[in-house]
Ligand binder design. Sequence first.
Ligand SMILES: [Zn+2]
Length: 220
Amino acid sequence: MTPLRALSFRLIARNAPATTLLCLDYYFEWVDSSSTLTAEEMTLELHLFHHYVKMLSGITRERDPTGKAAIIQVFGVRQTTENDFSLHPRTFIYQQIAKLPGRKMADGDLSILRYQLAHDMKRFTERRLQAVGRRQEEIMRNAASFTPCLPFMLTRQCRREPCREAHLAVNVTPAAYNLRVKLHLQEIFILDIVSKFDTMEQDFIRRRKFVFTLLYSAHD
Ligand SMILES: [Zn+2]
């Protein structure tokens, strides 16, 4: 297990939401080892990813996220008066605002009203969910543990040339079968969350179909 993945599990166990979310955000932004993970490792990865998207989705459901200390800590914003906050140029929200078309930023910290900050926290978190949801789908499509070649698993032979599925030397046992079903169910739980933020309905239908096809194929 990578140190960052181990740390993520420890933070979740300690119930430290702000630190956990920052750690998971960094982890899923930079760590891209999922395509080589075994099925057992992939279930741990998906457990973390499910936790990550649940936390992000929780922020978008807050009526006023600026009133939550943990969320303020995650975004690194500073409250200056009852209704004003200050954003440092290195904070996520500041950088997202700076990317808006036609937006010109002055040097130094940006002062922002509470209602506007609450709105920005939610909309930029939604965009983050959309981005990580699509990236997760890419990882899943390339992951050997998600697309094993069934003939090879059963007979250690495959007549398809070329075969686009992974030739894994896995014994077909009840435990391996259950692990495969668990992977697909985890992915469905994740899809259930991220799909709510996907603005492209056709994309969502295509992704749902892909995951359910994998799940049904596990019964073959
Ligand atoms: Zn094959």
